[in-house]
Design a protein around this ligand. Structure first.
Ligand code: BT5
Length: 332
């Protein structure tokens, strides 16, 4: 795959405008000021990129199907966002989209810059754990957020990422997903997405944050068999058919923008009831690993900042700011 060149984009635009009908090679050549063999060459390149184009002598070319690519030309013209992803960086393969976004941030990329890749070779989870990123199956993206926020508040964008994904999955696909604190997204008790937020700060305020999310979209059961710390799944496994990643990406971006704007205006505290409504752990007995400590208790709720309130076995309540939930009562 890869991104199309300007003439190829122009041809694509014309074919899309005439969806379902043939466009003559001569017409295309005239419009673009190139030769007919030139048109043919560009059409072939588009076919190599996964566009299904029917060629018929005398009739010309007809677009039959577009690939499920996340390339600029398939996403940016369809964005419904105000500020998010208009600066769009698409990569066929990259070490980590978070690393790339952090570099762009240092170089002065604007708020809302999006980095998305078809494949990551060094995808990262929290604590430098690995994020398995099979090519063309999942969505691996990072969003650059430039609002100066108090250092404690900036990482809360991770909560917004998981909440936005859960809401979008329900609205678009009728999937009931949940959030395993702090920000894994589960479907039927299995992990379908993970979030890694990284923030650079000047003393009290953030300079920028990068919110990275990996979503398992069209992975097979075999690919999701592990070995993972927690059982894993994909959207396709749960709904029983492959879904368009383009739709997942576009809808997620719209939802994230709405929720992030709301968070900026009102703060996380007003979103906690929503977060609780979608929580996998609330009211359940769970085990949380914090560094070398393991705490067992009942998840009672969340503080306005998103920390977990745990009622321990000894009857004391503990506020847990960061950790991994390693076991949930009644889990798969
Ligand atoms: C996370 O970490 O869940 C955060 C993952 C963030 C990945 C995105 S992709 C785009 C951006 N660029 C990056 O480099 N990263 C972000 P954590 O909670 O630490 O979970 C990591 C653990 O999840 C691993 O140790 C595995 O056990 C498991 N795991 C790895 N790949 C997985 C996958 N595809 N699906 C489900 N579980 C996975």
């Amino acid at each position: 795959m890869g991104s199309a060149k300007p003439t190829q984009l122009e041809i694509l635009k014309i074919l899309k405008e005439n969806e379902g009908s043939f466009v003559s090679g001569v017409g295309l050549a005239e419009k673009l000021g190139i030769s007919r063999p030139g048109v043919w060459k560009h059409i072939n390149r588009l076919k190599e990129m996964g566009y299904e184009i029917q060629s018929q002598s005398r009739l010309g070319y007809r677009l039959v199907a577009v690939p499920d690519s996340l390339a600029h030309e398939e996403i940016v013209p369809n964005l419904k966002t105000q500020w998010l992803a208009h600066s769009y960086h698409y990569l066929r393969t990259i070490g980590s989209t978070n690393d790339h976004a952090l570099l762009l941030a240092v170089e002065g990329a604007p708020h809302g810059t999006l980095v998305v890749a078809e494949e990551q070779t060094k995808g990262r989870g929290r604590l430098r754990r690995e994020w398995i990123s099979y090519p063309n199956r999942g969505i691996y993206l990072s969003i650059l957020l430039r609002n100066p926020l108090p250092v404690r508040v900036a990482p809360q964008s991770a909560y917004i990422g998981s909440l936005a994904l859960v809401k979008m999955l329900h609205e678009e696909f009728g999937i009931t997903a949940s959030i395993k604190w702090p920000n894994d997204v589960l479907i039927n008790g299995r992990k379908a997405a993970g979030i890694l937020t990284e923030t650079q700060s000047d003393q009290d305020f953030s300079r920028f944050s990068v919110m990275g999310i990996g979503i398992n979209v069209n992975h097979s059961r075999e690919e999701m068999a592990g070995p993972f710390r927690y059982p894993a799944t994909s959207i396709a496994i749960e709904v029983g058919f492959a879904v368009k990643r383009q739709r997942v990406l576009l809808q997620f971006l719209s939802q994230f923008e709405r929720d992030y704007d709301h968070f900026l205006q009102k703060g996380l505290s007003v979103m906690i009831p929503e977060f609780e409504a979608h929580s996998e752990v609330l009211g359940k007995i769970i085990t949380v690993v914090c560094g070398d400590r393991e705490i067992m208790g009942k998840a009672q709720g969340f503080t306005p900042e998103g920390a977990l309130l745990l009622l321990r076995e000894d009857g004391l309540q503990e506020t847990v700011w960061a950790g991994d939930v390693s076991h949930v009562e009644g889990a798969v």
